[in-house]
Design a protein around this ligand. Structure first.
Ligand SMILES: Cc1ncc(COP(=O)(O)O)c(C=O)c1O
Length: 403
């Protein structure tokens, strides 16, 4: 079928929830993807921070192929190979770099997406309060957060323009501006006995790559614990070595109680996961939460092959080095300002009058896949195997477009 015919079918029969680029991608390898005309693109979007090991990583492909031929799905009523191993890998990554008195046993629930991982986190926080008979129900969130598109995670997404059409939203969320210490103290002071927890992205991704400060996060954890609540880190975008550390929170000297993750966890195979410290995780019993597909054989095989490669120290080092190089090179472009981020989650703003979506379109014509999170903001979340030569190509292209 030609691209034109394919486009027509999609436009007619697929819901228009995404504005699509005018190309059909058919193949990928590492940092590159190819469209149906054979044109090659360097990918600085990486499936929205998903293909951490690059497109079609050989070990992940083999793990999925082998597993598909062996057993695809049996339901969560049975033990299966490698689910315990993957949960242990997550446990070890969550404990990595933590001091001895900050080592915990983490138990994981497996779902299929970031939103599901956050649904689990929010349900578990409420269950924890319920089991303690605290009577608390409210969750503190940050302004401009993004936690997903289900009704509950949309309610936790403090962006009124995204919520407007879907009223009534589930209640119970209290919004605080990021890095505003006074507002943080006020919300806890004004809602004594009512707070079950606080949920944050340590580095907001969808809002255009905005990091919290370490002081703000440390204070937030302290206040949450003083209130008897649990601290939840949404690591869906900034986790899985995106910052060069296993999880984003590890850059800020905090240890959360519940951590949600997805995207890079299985290198493109759908998986979300919510890990919690054992004492909290054990508040869930059979029937309290579930998923037909979550943690099924194929996803587990893909995650198993992904996590063992992500944990190699040379990859983390690459993320740090290439990320710092990318930020330094962006800073050298006159039309670019406010370069920010950690590792390979990088954002920047463009001079007034330059439209970021236009830059994305022009870059696409020149063979680079980029992403705009707003009218003046670009975000770079490439595969973590990105090399300095890829960055050089990107910077050259941006300079030509922005000249
Ligand atoms: C921080 C964060 N949380 C949650 C989500 C939702 O994940 P998903 O689209 O897999 O449901 C996203 C997606 O971009 C995200 O960036």
């Amino acid at each position: 079928m030609s691209f034109e015919e394919e486009k027509e079918l999609e436009n007619k029969y697929v819901m228009h929830t995404f504005g699509r680029m005018p190309l059909e991608l058919v193949r990928g390898d590492g940092m590159y993807v190819w469209d149906s005309t054979g044109k090659k693109y360097t990918d600085f979007l990486g499936g929205i921070a998903v293909c951490a090991l690059g497109h079609c990583n050989k070990e992940v492909v083999k793990a999925i192929q082998d597993q598909a031929a062996k057993l695809m799905h049996v339901s969560n009523f049975f033990y299966i190979e490698n689910r315990g191993e993957v949960a242990k890998q997550i446990n070890d990554l969550l404990n990595s770099g933590a001091s001895e008195d900050n080592q915990y046993t983490w138990q994981t629930f497996f779902g299929n997406s970031g939103a599901e991982a956050n649904e689990c986190a929010l349900k578990l926080a409420r269950m924890h309060a319920y089991k303690k008979k605290s009577g608390a129900t409210k969750v503190v969130i940050l302004d401009r957060s993004f936690h997903g598109r289900t009704i509950e995670t949309l309610a936790a997404t403090a962006q009124p323009e995204k919520q407007e059409a879907f009223q009534p939203m589930p209640g119970g969320f209290l919004t605080v501006p990021m890095n505003d210490m006074q507002a943080l103290h006020d919300v806890f002071a004004q809602n004594k006995g009512q707070i079950v927890g606080m949920m944050v992205e340590c580095i907001q991704g969808e809002s255009g790559v905005h990091p919290c400060t370490a002081e703000f996060l440390q204070e937030a954890v302290k206040l949450t614990h003083q209130a008897g609540g649990v601290f939840i880190c949404d690591e869906v975008q900034c986790g899985m070595f995106r910052t060069g550390k296993a999880f984003g929170f590890q850059n800020f000297g905090i240890v959360p109680d519940i951590v949600s993750m997805a995207k890079g966890i299985a290198n493109g195979f759908p998986m979300g996961a919510c890990a919690a410290k054992e004492e909290i995780a054990q508040d869930f019993g059979p029937g309290d939460h579930g998923s037909t597909f979550g943690g099924s054989n194929l996803a587990i095989a893909a995650a198993h092959a992904t996590l063992s490669q992500l944990a190699k120290p040379e990859l983390a080092q690459n993320v740090q080095e290439v990320g710092a190089y990318l930020r330094a090179q962006l800073e050298g472009i006159p039309a670019v300002h406010d370069v920010r981020g950690y590792g390979l989650i990088v954002g920047c703003d463009l001079e007034d009058g330059i439209n970021a979506p236009d830059v994305v379109s022009k870059a696409c014509e020149k063979g680079f896949i980029l992403n705009a999170t707003g009218p003046h903001t670009l975000r770079f979340i490439p595969p973590l195997i990105c090399e300095k030569t890829n960055v050089d190509g990107l910077i050259q292209t941006l300079k030509e477009i922005l000249a």
